[in-house]
Ligand binder design. Structure first.
Ligand code: HEM
Length: 413
C-alpha cells in the first residue's frame, strides 16, 4: 500500500492513529492528494479538501450548496431521520434564504449583546472554579470547559436556570457523532424533546418578553416580515448546537496546548493583551471544528485539477488548511506572537457567507475562560505531563477535542 492510500484510509475510516494525530495525515494528503475522493462509512461519494487555498475558495463557492433539502438522501444517510423541523436554519440554506435568516438573526444577536455577557462569563468561570478541587487531579472538561458555554448560551437565549442541565444533556446527545441505530434513535428523541422545549419557551417569550436573545428574535422584522415559528425553533436549536461543544472543546484544546508549551503560556501570562492573538493562534493550531459542515456539488466543479462530480459531498478540512505551509510559516508550531495572525487569516471559524455567526462570543468566552483559569491558578499543570493525551474518537472528522483533560490546579510545592 502506498503512503497516500494509508492516509486516505486513515482519514475516511477515522482510525485511532488518525484521531491521535490528524495533522500528520493531513500533511500527507495536502502533498499527495489535496482534493481526495473518499469512501466514508456513511456511503456517500465524498471529496476531502485539505489545502488552504482550495478550502478558502470552496467555503464561499456558490456551486457547493449548503441547502440540505437538495441533498436529502445523503443527509439522511449521515444523520438519520433527524428532526428536519429543527434544521430549518441558516446553516442548512443558501442565498437568498440564508441571507434573510442571517440578517434577521444578526439584528438581534448584536455585538453589544455579546459584550454585555463579559462580566457574566467571568462570574460563571469563577463559580465553576470555586467548585473544583485545587490539589488533586480532576477532569477539567466536565467541571469547567463544558458547563461554561452551556450556561452562557442559556443566559443568552433566556433559558431558565432550572432547565440548564436538561439543555446540557439534550445538546450533548444531539451532538454525538455515530452511525449506530442506537445513537440515531437517542439523537432523534433528544431532538424531539428540544423541539417541544423551544416551542414552549418561544410561546412564553411572546407572552412575557424579557431582555434575552430569544425574546428579541421573536420581535425581529425586515421588509418581508419576521422569522416563522419553525425558523425560530430551528435558530434556537442551531445556536445551542453550534455554540456548545465547539466552545467547550476549544477551551479544552487551548488549556492542553498552553500547559504543554510553558514558554507560550508564560508569554500570555506576562502580557495579558496577548490573550486575543493567543486565542486566534490556538484556533488555528488546533481548533475545535476539524471539518466544516457538508456541502454538495450542484454541478461538476474542479479543484486543483480534480473533478468533483455533481451530487458529490464535499468536506473541507479546516484543521488541515490551518496548518498549510503554503499559507503559514512553521505551521506546526504554536506561536502566540505569530506575525499577521489576524482573525481572518485562519479558517477555524469558516469563511464566506456561513462564517461563524457566534465567533465574537466564542472568542470572548475563550479569552475570559483562559484568563480566569491561569490568573487564579498560575501553577496549574497537566496531571500527567508525560502522558499521551486522549483525543475524541469520532466516526468522521467533525469536532477536534479531548476525551478528557486531567489537571491539577494548584500542585503542592
Ligand atoms: C470555538 C467555538 C466555535 C467554533 C470553532 C465555531 C466554528 C464554526 C464554523 C467553522 C462555522 C462554519 C461552518 C460551515 O461553513 O460549514 C460556524 C458556523 C456557525 N456558528 Fe460557530 N463556532 C464556534 C462557536 C459558536 C458560537 C458560540 C455560536 C453561537 C452562540 C456559533 C454559531 C454559529 C452559527 C449560527 C453558524 C452558522 C452560520 C451560517 O450558516 O451563516 N458558533 N461556526
Amino acid at each position: 500500500m502506498t503512503a497516500t492510500h494509508d492516509a486516505v484510509t486513515a482519514a475516511e475510516r477515522c482510525t485511532p492513529e488518525f484521531r491521535r494525530d490528524p495533522h500528520a495525515v493531513y500533511a500527507q494528503l495536502r502533498e499527495t492528494a489535496p482534493v481526495c475522493p473518499m469512501r466514508p462509512p456513511h456511503g456517500n461519494e465524498t471529496y476531502l479538501i485539505t489545502r488552504y487555498e482550495h478550502a478558502r475558495a470552496a467555503l464561499s463557492d456558490p456551486r457547493l450548496s449548503k441547502d440540505m433539502y437538495g441533498a436529502m438522501d445523503a443527509y439522511r444517510r449521515i444523520f438519520g431521520d433527524s428532526s428536519v423541523a429543527l434544521d430549518d436554519n441558516m446553516l442548512n440554506s443558501d442565498a437568498p434564504k440564508h441571507t434573510r435568516l442571517r440578517r434577521l438573526v444578526n439584528s438581534a444577536f448584536t455585538p453589544r449583546r455579546v459584550q454585555a455577557l463579559g462580566p457574566r462569563i467571568e462570574d460563571i468561570a469563577g463559580t465553576l472554579l470555586d467548585a473544583c478541587p485545587a490539589r488533586e487531579p480532576f477532569d477539567l472538561l466536565p467541571a469547567f470547559a463544558f458547563p461554561l458555554p452551556i450556561i452562557v448560551l442559556c443566559d443568552l437565549l433566556g433559558v431558565p436556570p432550572q432547565d440548564r442541565s436538561h439543555m446540557q444533556q439534550l445538546s450533548t446527545t444531539v451532538a454525538q457523532t455515530g452511525f449506530s441505530e442506537e445513537t440515531k434513535r437517542a439523537q432523534q428523541k433528544a431532538e424531539e424533546d428540544l423541539h417541544a422545549y423551544f416551542t414552549d419557551l418561544i410561546a412564553a417569550k411572546r407572552d412575557r418578553p424579557a431582555d434575552d436573545l430569544l425574546s428579541a428574535l421573536t420581535a425581529v422584522r425586515d421588509n418581508d416580515g419576521g422569522l416563522s415559528e419553525n425558523e425560530l425553533v430551528s435558530t434556537a436549536f442551531l445556536l445551542m448546537f453550534a455554540g456548545h461543544k465547539t466552545t467547550a472543546y476549544l477551551i479544552g484544546n487551548a488549556v492542553h496546548h498552553l500547559l504543554s508549551h510553558p514558554a507560550q503560556l508564560r508569554a500570555v501570562r506576562e502580557n495579558p493583551e496577548l490573550i486575543r492573538p493567543a486565542v486566534e493562534e490556538l484556533v488555528r493550531y488546533d481548533g475545535s471544528v476539524e471539518s466544516a459542515t457538508f456541502r454538495y456539488a450542484t454541478e461538476d466543479v474542479e479543484y486543483g485539477g480534480t473533478r468533483i462530480p455533481k451530487g458529490a459531498l464535499v468536506q473541507i478540512a479546516l484543521s488541515s488548511a490551518n496548518r498549510d505551509p503554503l499559507k503559514f510559516d512553521a505551521p506546526d508550531e504554536l506561536d502566540v506572537m505569530r506575525p499577521g495572525n489576524a482573525q481572518d487569516a485562519h479558517l477555524g471559524f469558516g469563511h464566506g457567507s456561513h462564517y461563524c455567526l457566534g465567533a465574537p462570543l466564542a472568542r470572548l468566552e475563550a479569552q475570559l475562560a483562559l484568563t480566569g483559569l491561569f490568573d487564579r491558578f498560575p501553577r496549574m499543570t497537566l496531571a500527567d505531563p508525560a502522558g499521551e493525551p486522549r483525543w475524541l474518537q469520532v466516526p468522521f472528522p467533525a469536532f477536534r477535542g479531548l476525551a478528557e483533560l486531567p489537571v491539577v490546579l494548584d500542585p503542592a510545592k
